[in-house]
Every structure is written in structure tokens, then in C-alpha cells.
Design a protein around this ligand. Structure first.
Ligand code: NDP
Ligand code: 8X3
Length: 253
């Protein structure tokens, strides 16, 4: 039985990934800050599937917290085969001259430093056994920039660069690194970006058919099931109605 650690499993892409991996007999470590959500997910997964589930609450921005929790994993959970670096967020959508410093710090600390904190804590185990697979959830925002996307786009460009860099540095350890860059996925992403304003969040997906968390989870499942000699380096996955960040087809569905 393989073990996967998924960050940001309390909603969206991470939650959908937890379901698909549990259904397919993976032992899974689900993480996030919202303890009640995590415990509820663990209960649901336990009711539905046989796979063991470990729920760990921590904030990926706090390195001491990350190191303490992931460094102290129970023995039977220490052998991690797949790390899904999914936790992340956009906060605000302002022009660069009007951006809020706190929003910028939250994005930089979560999307870049948080991903590094978790990766650094998991790598010693993967290096030791000379195998493992790291999946970094980047974004089309890591391939292009768009109006008022500035700092979020910069953090996702950083994830894209880190995926490439990890692939080079971890080559001697047979560790695969896959960068997955989705376009619009309907999750809690926009509610978080617009700080709880559901009307603004719903407007993002008005009259178009976005991707779902399950679409990305199924992509992760495909990627981690390639033979040992095959690595999918990078996937840009879009809703059919979104050509890129500035060309979107809105039609009544
Ligand atoms: P959601 O808001 O639904 O999920 C985000 C997850 O990240 C939550 O589980 C949240 O958990 C977790 N998270 C956020 N901050 C922290 C933190 N400081 N510590 C620990 N966990 C944290 O959004 P998505 O599922 O859409 O987002 C998942 C990833 O996909 C993100 O990296 C996002 O940038 C990326 N992405 C999303 C796209 C979209 O259109 N939705 C498109 C492209 C990429 P909690 O709040 O409980 O801590
Ligand atoms: C989220 C997708 O287009 O809002 O990463 O940046 S987008």
C-alpha cells in the first residue's frame, strides 16, 4: 500500500484528490488548517473506503509547526511515496499600485514558502529510499500574467520554477517532480480571493463551465500511475471554454 500526503485537503482540489487516492487504496495524510473540516473528511473517507487516513492540522506558513508535525509522524506513516503540494491561495485582485501588503504576504508565505516548508520536511525520507513523487499544483497564472493578477501570478511562476529546479536537484534520488497548472477550477478559490464575497466569486464562473476539483484529482491519479521510467513533467489543463487567462467564452450552459 502506498502513502500520499496531500496539503490543503479541506476543500477543492485537495479534497477531491483525497477521495480518489482513498478509493484506490492509498494510505493518505490529509492536511489543512481547519481541523473540523479535516476530521469530517476523515470520517467520510473511513465510512466509504478501507484506506487508513491520518488528519494533521497545521499552517504551512509556519516552518516550526510544519517541521514539528511532519518530523514527528508515527512510524507507520513516515514512508511517503507521493507528496501533493496543493495548499495555496489568491487573496485580492488589485492593481500593483493598490495592492495590500498583507494580501501579498499571505500569498508569498503560503504559495512559495509554505510549499518549500512542506517539501523540505518530506524530502529526507524520499532521499533515503531513493524514490518518491512530488506533485506541485501551480497554475496557468504561473505561465502567464493577467490584469490585477500580479503577486498571485508571481507566486505561481515561482512554483513553476521550483518544479523545474527540484527536478534537477532531486535527479540523483530518482524523485519525480510533476508540475500541474490548471486554468479555472470551481472550488473555494474565488471565495477566498474575494474575501468571502460570494457574488464576486460566482461572477468568475458565470456562463462558463470551469474545471472541477475532480478533474484535477483524476489528472494527478494518471500522473502518479505512470511506470517508474516515465515522468510527466508539466501539465497545463484548461476548461474547454478558456483559451488562456484573457480569452474566455461565456455562453449559457
Ligand atoms: P480551495 O480554496 O478550495 O483550497 C485551498 C486549500 O489550501 C484549502 O484546503 C486550504 O485549507 C489550504 N490552505 C490555504 N492556506 C493554507 C495554509 N496557510 N496552511 C495550510 N493549508 C492552507 O482552492 P483550490 O482547491 O482551488 O486550490 C488548490 C490549489 O490549486 C492552490 O494552490 C491554488 O492556487 C491552485 N489553483 C487553483 C485554481 C482554481 O481556479 N481554483 C487554478 C489553478 C491553480 P485551510 O483553509 O483549511 O487551511
Ligand atoms: C487560479 C487560476 O486564472 O484565477 O490559479 O489565476 S487564475
Amino acid at each position: 500500500m502506498k502513502t500520499a500526503l496531500i496539503t490543503g485537503a479541506t476543500s477543492g482540489i485537495g479534497e477531491a484528490t483525497a477521495y480518489i487516492l482513498a478509493e484506490n487504496n492509498y494510505r493518505i495524510i490529509i492536511t489543512g488548517r481547519r481541523k473540523e473540516r479535516l476530521e469530517a473528511l476523515k470520517t467520510k473517507l473511513n465510512e466509504k473506503y478501507q484506506s487508513p487516513v491520518l488528519a494533521l492540522t497545521f499552517d504551512i506558513r509556519q516552518y516550526n509547526e510544519v517541521r514539528e508535525v511532519l518530523g514527528g509522524l508515527p512510524k507507520e506513516w513516515q514512508d511517503i511515496d507521493v507528496l501533493v503540494n496543493n495548499a495555496g491561495l489568491a487573496v485580492g485582485a488589485d492593481s500593483i499600485d493598490e495592492g495590500d501588503l498583507d494580501d501579498w504576504n499571505r500569498m508569498i508565505d503560503t504559495n512559495i514558502k509554505g510549499l518549500l516548508h512542506v517539501t523540505k520536511s518530506i524530502l529526507p525520507g524520499m532521499k533515503k529510499k531513493k524514490s518518491g513523487h512530488i506533485i506541485n499544483i501551480a497554475s496557468i497564472a504561473g505561465k502567464e500574467v493577467y490584469l490585477k493578477g500580479n503577486v498571485y501570478c508571481a507566486t505561481k511562476h515561482a512554483v513553476d520554477a521550483l518544479s523545474k529546479a527540484m527536478r534537477i536537484d532531486l535527479l540523483p534520488y530518482h524523485i519525480k517532480v510533476t508540475n500541474i497548472a490548471p486554468g479555472m477550477v470551481e472550488t473555494e478559490f474565488s471565495v477566498v480571493r474575494y474575501k468571502g464575497d460570494r457574488e464576486k466569486a460566482d461572477e468568475v464562473y458565470r456562463d462558463m463551465k470551469p474545471l472541477t476539483g475532480k478533474d484535477i484529482a483524476e489528472t494527478i491519479w494518471f500522473v502518479i500511475n505512470r511506470p517508474a521510467h516515465v515522468t510527466i513533467n508539466d501539465i497545463l489543463i484548461m476548461p474547454t471554454s478558456q483559451a488562456n487567462t484573457s480569452h474566455l467564452l461565456r455562453e449559457n450552459f
